[in-house]
Write a protein that binds this ligand. Sequence first.
Ligand code: DWN
Length: 396
Amino acid sequence: MKKIFLNLGKQPLANSFLPSISKKTLTKEFFYNLKIAFDTKSYLVSVSNPVNPESQYTDSYAHRASESLTMRTAFAKIAKKLNKRFLPNIVMEIGSNDGVFIRNFNKKKIIAIEPCKNLARLTKKKYKTYPNFWTKSLAKKIFLKSAKADIIFSANTISHIPDLNQTLEAIEFSLSKDGVLVIEDPSLLSVIKNNSYDQFYDEHVYVFSAIAISNIVKKLNLRLFNVEKIDTHGGSFRYYICKTDAKYKKTKNLLKILKEEKKAELDQLKTYKNFSNKVKKSKKELIKIFKKLKKNNKKIISYGATYKSSTVFNYCKVGTKYIDYVTDTTLNKQGKYTPGKHIPIISPEKGMDSSVMYAFLGAWNFKKEILKKEKDFIKRGGRFITHVPSPQIISK
Ligand code: DWN
């Protein structure tokens, strides 16, 4: 039974960066009420009222996974590891974005699935790319008469697809006998520990735990046999899933992580109620910081026009009253306005000038990379603000 434990209020689509703030554009902006639920039977945490994927993964999808050095390095590393461990002949990626993972493979091995047509166009010249949603009929079209996939990789995508059953059924059909599905997604354990409520937005239909994944795949002739903790996106898990009768044994790491999740009571509703109270507190504290700085005439900007910060700004009602502008390296976000709160987005080259004293870390998950990059800002007295794990001004 699904129980709603968190209400993040009126939210826009996190990908709906606006080209202008004309009256015509603003009247068309779509909002919905973002509520998060816990399923007391499967232990799955999800958005209670998912948005139609057709309106999310369009021809103007903004996020480019290759924008950060952290992610480019992480994808190169996992590609190497999978090649070495599983020696795959065919590797399929679901949600290939701008090709940051597949570029690490021989093109003969790769099948890429990417429903955002603007992204699929980026990889289709070099790699076999299907500009479609991942469905049972697409799986049949690709694999009915061809060799099946030895690795199906999907980073930050399976959590985005509302119809989990169909997704997994299509994967089960497409895997070779000892083929392995490797999924990476932000972990619920990290979200609860870090109070990173901004991992919830329209696209993150699910925030997975190992307990929930283990329960869900069982119904579809699949089983979870290993989990790894990874640093990406503020704390993620990498799940290894195979067919029920495949050769892989359950790893010690899986048992250890399941135990850790039980200890953190991820299988109990009260955990989520506590989390919800902490989120409300976080909102009050963050606004207090912004108010105090503004009272002292400090200029605050935001660093990284992330989808996550769309949740923070809309939930905390933070707009241009507090944040002058947002900087982002992604070319197709620059010159636009943030969803819902309409804060202008500009390049870091333009934005990180000497008048900036405070920068909210919208991309807090890249804190290490950013702090290294922005040494001069910190040297001249500039300070970053974060809400993770609790609202604070980061001292050096
Ligand atoms: O699941 C999702 C994740 C993986 O990516 C998607 N649904 C959408 C997107 O979410 P996000 O925007 O919260 O992801 P990131 O990867 O945290 O976004 C970082 C943003 O910050 C990018 O637009 C690039 C930008 N950036 C920057 O301007 N300067 C990043 C770094 C490291 C920098 O130095």
